[in-house]
Design a protein. Sequence first.
Length: 358
Amino acid sequence: MESPREFLSSFKPAVDVFNSNVEQGAVIRILTHNDADGVASGGIMSNVAKRVGTPFMTTVEKRLDEQILRGVVEEKPSLVVLTDFGSGYLEMVGKALTDVETIIFDHHMPVGNPPSNVMQVNPLFHGIDGSRDIAASGVCYLFAKTLDPRNVDLAPLGLVGALGDQQDKGEKKSLKGMNTLIEEDATAAGLLSKEVDLIFYGHETRPIARAIANTTTPFIPGLSGREDSSVAFLNHIGIPLKTVDRMRSLSDLDEEEKRKLFSALSSHMVAQGCDAKTVHNLIGTVYTFKKEEATTPLRDGREYSSLLNACARMRRPSLGLGICLGDRGEAMRDAEQTVDEYRRRIGGYLDWVRTGDR
């Protein structure tokens, strides 16, 4: 039976272990998974360690293995924190980290029994579906909030991981389950607004044609990955691309223009063989982070998660961690270049696959 209250109370022992190590001047070693949820999770825990003033180091890994864990042991940390993985490696973790206190914040199915030095915080122990209702970043956020209520400003990162793990399976592509508690925190703190709208990459930040071209979920045949074709498409249906002094974004369109665009895209996608479900994925709940600059990809929740995922997949996870820690300068510029390159690659691959299937 699902028990959110029991789940929330399960953070207290982890907080006690964390605080005990901090009071002793512990070095905290954080390892996390190399996707959007993992980077957001590692970012939350890095913020927590930074704020309490304890030494820490965070790395992003594709998977855990014995070599990685042996290297961690050689560093002699006082506390190891694993986020977005660990529950599936309990025997390996227990064997490698025998003499090191370890906390696992995960939402995946546990395999095996943890030894006494390994503590797990996992929604699955309390009947909460970790694949739909909360991601690892949400687990880490709830830990951070339990540790110090002022960490509520990290709520957006808790949502970014859930969006990155495609947990937007509620009505109109909304988040559900425990994720809604995090939404409530973010909204109450003035950090989040939501609306149902066209979902494109760069809803507020990109010119309309580029936003369409950069959208790969859903994949729009002939337009995803092709900005020139998207420009021609918009010109054909009569939607102006710019005002007097700047290019227009999707958020600039009025309701009539949005209806026209959706209708034209629907017809185009059906003609290209897409089914109705794929077409309707163009519409959904847009998550806007109000404290982020309107001109950056961090303003939109899905765009933020795509950026973190791209940094991880392109082997530049430190950029994503830097952004989670508040870097809006050099790391932000490099991350935007990285995500553009990643999008071009994915768009090219998907277009090639569709062409090859014909």
